[in-house]
Ligand binder design. Structure first.
Ligand code: AMP
Ligand code: MN
Ligand code: MN
Ligand code: MN
Length: 288
């Protein structure tokens, strides 16, 4: 069984619609998918409808990727298998959208102050369409306006932490995200732990803080993770008694990230789906 429990659609900063994303997941042999758009679950009913209408052989788990702040850094918490209609979750994500809107306006103000570009908020909003606005849309606007040549440069020069368009993390703390996920019946996962470019010491500190805040699991498999990194994440998961999740963090078709690709764990972890009776599989026999 292939589980891909982290990906994005046009409902946040992905480039495929929820329906296109679903088709691609089916083509790539994904058996269980979680759509985890940034701070919104609005894409989920669209995927559910497409599965039902086309009688597709794939299962969907409710997902979301919540933006949080820890030690002045943006840390992402993936929520899985929760009730998306739980009032606490609805309230929380409504607040997150408001923060996103306010942050986008502040990023726009900072970028416009450089004199390099105008109408940033309206431009990014147009690109985001009905989706949740994010830095990815601002990056696309900067490309469209000829300010930068590509997405990586947009982040590196203007949008990443410490750059002129970066707004200090406006997000709530990790514990509030973990709490709302669990309150609505789900499990909370530390997203892409290697993605924060932390030293070994800081990654451990983050894992400790996540565990202390009540977190359930960490992503220990991604498309591009090198084997030593998978091993390190598996060790952290074991040491701190965290479950292991797997996700591509797919945003758009490219040659390096693909739905369902390479989502294997290093030995010794407990997959998060063992906690969901409908997906639990017999555990591999221990080597000794
Ligand atoms: P936001 O949630 O609006 O703060 O945007 C975060 C998203 O921006 C991530 O999920 C990525 O899709 C993208 N992103 C963040 N950092 C980079 C980077 N250095 N290069 C390219 N994309 C990035
Ligand atoms: Mn993203
Ligand atoms: Mn993320
Ligand atoms: Mn993501």
């Amino acid at each position: 069984m292939i589980f891909d429990l982290h990906c994005h659609s046009t409902v946040s900063d992905g480039k495929l619609t929820p329906q296109q994303l679903l088709e691609r997941a089916v083509e790539r042999g994904v058996d269980v998918l979680a759509l985890t758009d940034h701070d919104t679950t609005d894409g989920i009913p669209l995927v559910q409808k497409a599965i039902a209408d086309n009688k597709l052989d794939i299962r969907l788990i409710n997902g979301v990727e919540i933006s949080t702040c820890w030690e002045n850094k943006d840390i992402h918490i993936v929520g899985l298998h929760f009730d998306r209609e739980h009032p606490a979750m609805i309230d929380y994500l409504t607040k997150q959208s408001e923060i996103r809107e306010a942050r986008a306006k502040e990023i726009a103000r900072r970028l416009e102050k450089t004199g390099l570009v105008t109408d940033v908020y309206d431009g990014a909003k147009r690109i985001a369409g009905e989706g949740q606005i994010g830095r990815g849309h601002i990056a696309r606007y900067l490309i469209e306006q000829g300010v930068v040549k590509d997405n990586a440069t947009a982040f590196k020069k203007y949008l990443a932490r410490t750059k002129v368009g970066y707004v200090p993390s406006p997000w709530p703390d990790m514990k509030s995200a973990i709490d709302v996920i669990q309150q609505s019946g789900g499990l909370a996962v530390l997203a892409h732990p290697m993605g924060y470019k932390l030293s070994g010491k800081w990654l451990r500190k983050l894992t400790v803080a996540f565990k202390a805040a009540g977190g359930d699991g960490l992503e220990a498999a991604g498309c591009q993770l090198a084997p030593p990194h998978r091993q390190h994440l598996a060790s952290l998961a074991q040491e701190y008694e965290l479950l292991a999740s797997a996700g591509s963090d797919f945003h758009f078709p490219s040659s390096w990230i693909e739905l369902g690709r390479n989502l294997y764990f290093a030995k010794g972890v407990t997959p998060i789906w063992q906690r969901w009776p409908e997906y639990a599989q017999p555990q591999e026999a221990s080597a000794h």
